[in-house]
Every structure is written in structure tokens, then in C-alpha cells.
Design a protein around this ligand. Structure first.
Ligand code: FE
Ligand code: FE
Ligand code: FE
Length: 171
């Protein structure tokens, strides 16, 4: 479907995000399983639960508009997740299958932050559209999600700086 106006483009962008969140819900458990640092593992697990809520919020928006959330694939998120999986596979070869590794943790954080930044950008766009279109309740739902994505990004940043990266220097 070619978007003809801002509302069409809004649906188009929301479907991309719906696909992205679906892909993340699938990938986060694997990333959590690979994390050695207990706080990193916990933050992945917490964000998995938040991500399910985020998908739920998108579902609310789609059902109000009475359109299907499906029909698009976020190729960017597929690519970001493929990079994360490649990294996990390479790390397995380097460090052995289940040995705890701060380097693996640092790499997982790097991949996860790329994912959060994509989401912050894309949700920023749709929140702005919702504002322009006068969709106040959508704007509130999307803003709640943006706050969670930003919080996750900053938690990951703090973990990297204070614990994981320093531990990886001599790992
Ligand atoms: Fe999300
Ligand atoms: Fe996308
Ligand atoms: Fe996220």
C-alpha cells in the first residue's frame, strides 16, 4: 500500500514497529540466556516483559483504527538481530560454549543498544505523527513506550560503563 497522507504513513510506520517488537520478543530470551552478568540478564528479562506491553499498546492503537497490525517486516530489526546472533555464534567459537565472558556481555550490550536506538528513533517519529494528527491517546501510549526504551538504553549504558566494559579489559 502506498501511503497517500500522514495517517497512511502513520499506519505504515506503526506496522514496521509492530514487526520490530515481535522480532525482539523472539530474540530477547536468547540474549538473556547468553548474558553472564546477573544484572545484564535481569535487564534483558525485564525489558522482555516491557516489550510485550509495548506490542500490546500497538495492538490497542491498531484496534482503535480498525486496521490489521500485520503485513510488514522490519528489515532493519531483522538485520540488527541477525548481527546479534552472529556475534553470539562467533563468541561461542572464541570463548567456548557456555563460559562466562565479560567480552560477550559487552558485545551483547552493544547489539542491544543499537536495537533500542532504532526503537527510540522510530517511536519518536510515530509519536510526532500522532501529535500532528491530534491523536492524543495514541500519543500517550507511544510516549510511555519511548520512556521505557530510553530507560533501557540508559540502564545498558550504565552497566557497560560501571561493570561490564572494565571487566572485559583483561577478560
Ligand atoms: Fe520496544
Ligand atoms: Fe523498520
Ligand atoms: Fe526496546
Amino acid at each position: 500500500m502506498t501511503p497517500k497522507n500522514l495517517e497512511d504513513l502513520y499506519v505504515h510506520q506503526l506496522r514496521d514497529l509492530y514487526s520490530a517488537e515481535t522480532l525482539i520478543i523472539d530474540a530477547l530470551p536468547r540474549m538473556a540466556k547468553k548474558a553472564s552478568n546477573p544484572q545484564l540478564r535481569k535487564s534483558f528479562e525485564m525489558h522482555l516483559e516491557e516489550t510485550k506491553q509495548q506490542k500490546e499498546r500497538l495492538d490497542q492503537i491498531f484496534s482503535r483504527m480498525d486496521v490489521s497490525p500485520k503485513g510488514q517486516t522490519c528489515k532493519a530489526m531483522k538485520g540488527l538481530i541477525a548481527e546479534a546472533e552472529d556475534f553470539i555464534d562467533e563468541a561461542k567459537k572464541l570463548f567456548g560454549s557456555d563460559s562466562p565472558s565479560a567480552v560477550l556481555d559487552a558485545g551483547l550490550i552493544a547489539e542491544a543498544q543499537r536495537i533500542e536506538h532504532y526503537e527510540i528513533s522510530a517511536y519518536g517519529t510515530v509519536a510526532t505523527y500522532a501529535e500532528t494528527l491530534g491523536l492524543h491517546s495514541d500519543h500517550q501510549l507511544l510516549s510511555a513506550t519511548i520512556a521505557e526504551e530510553k530507560k533501557t538504553d540508559s540502564t545498558l549504558n550504565d552497566l557497560a560503563k560501571t561493570m561490564v566494559n572494565p571487566a572485559a579489559v583483561t577478560a
